[in-house]
Design a protein around this ligand. Structure first.
Ligand SMILES: NC(=O)c1ccc[n+]([C@@H]2O[C@H](COP(=O)([O-])OP(=O)(O)OC[C@H]3O[C@@H](n4cnc5c(N)ncnc54)[C@H](OP(=O)(O)O)[C@@H]3O)[C@@H](O)[C@H]2O)c1
Length: 249
């Protein structure tokens, strides 16, 4: 076991990249607590698969601020040291112009991806800093730094959380809290993306969610503290390239 005292809280743990991260961390010996609205999709028999025994799960709807507050209160006795943010609501259907985005879509997408995560982060900061260094890894997106047409709600939600975490990083010394924001430079074949593609879409060029699992596992590993906190582009082979955020004017 790598570090038995360090519990990792992973959002979006039921499927996709969050699920892959949960399993990668569990395989490395971290006790993992996954949160999502529905339970993980592939819950095998724990007696036959040891990596799943250290992944626990808790229900959480990030679009509901009161639910986030309740969840955090219920974790009072849990020593969370690492927080991985992977939950996402991509919004309904295909890309569509901002003029067609309903109030409900704004609330659901920004409420889940940005506000829910922001409340979770701000409430867990004292806990993360209690056993320094705490680590936050945000699975960010290219839309956070380079918004695209037809994705206004998703882009706003990802940019909002990205900026919030940069502000938090500026508040805390790195000895206390290390924040990594990861921007995949490739598409990953997940349930969320599959839902947004045509049924006959060819996913052969898409990456495996396990790549992101391995990257996050390296970032939280006590044997690899060499990587400076900040924003990184993630290549499809799992290598990282530092991304220079715009500096303050
Ligand atoms: N896939 C890609 O190509 C790609 C590329 C760049 C960045 N990313 C980023 O990678 C991350 C993961 O993406 P993904 O493709 O793996 O997504 P995904 O397959 O759609 O999975 C999304 C996860 O978020 C959870 N979730 C959705 N709404 C929620 C809510 N209201 N409250 C709590 N949990 C909620 C889902 O679980 P429930 O439905 O059970 O709640 C699920 O576990 C996201 O941050 C995304 O922006 C992905």
């Amino acid at each position: 076991m790598t570090n038995p005292a360090a519990t990792v809280l992973v959002t979006g743990a039921s499927h996709g990249i969050g699920r892959a991260i949960s399993l990668a961390l569990a395989r490395s010996g971290f006790p993992v607590l996954g949160v999502s609205r529905t339970p993980p999709e592939d819950r095998p028999d724990p007696a036959r698969s040891s990596e799943h025994t250290s992944v626990q799960w808790k229900e959480l709807d990030l679009s509901n601020a009161a639910d986030v507050e309740r969840c955090v209160s219920s974790l009072e006795a849990v020593p969370i040291r690492f927080l991985i943010l992977s939950a996402v609501d991509y919004g309904p259907g295909q890309r569509h112009p901002a003029a067609e985005i309903s109030a409900q879509e704004w609330q659901q997408v920004v409420g889940t991806n940005c506000i829910g995560h922001a409340i979770l982060v701000s409430r867990l900061l004292p806990k993360l800093a209690a056993n320094p260094p705490g680590i936050i890894v945000n699975i960010s997106s290219d839309v956070a730094i380079s918004p695209a047409a037809g994705r206004a709600a998703y882009a706003a939600s990802k940019a909002g959380l990205h900026a919030m975490l940069r502000a938090v990083a500026a508040e805390k010394p790195v000895e206390c809290l290390r924040i990594y924001q990861l921007i995949p430079t490739f598409q990953v074949a997940t349930r969320g993306l599959r839902r947004r593609r045509a049924p006959d879409f060819d996913f052969s060029s898409y990456g495996d969610p396990a790549v992101m699992g391995a990257v996050v596992e390296r970032l939280v590993s006590p044997s690899d503290t060499s990587r400076s906190p900040g924003t990184y582009l993630v290549r499809q082979d799992g290598t990282l390239e530092p991304y220079s955020e715009p500096s303050r004017v």
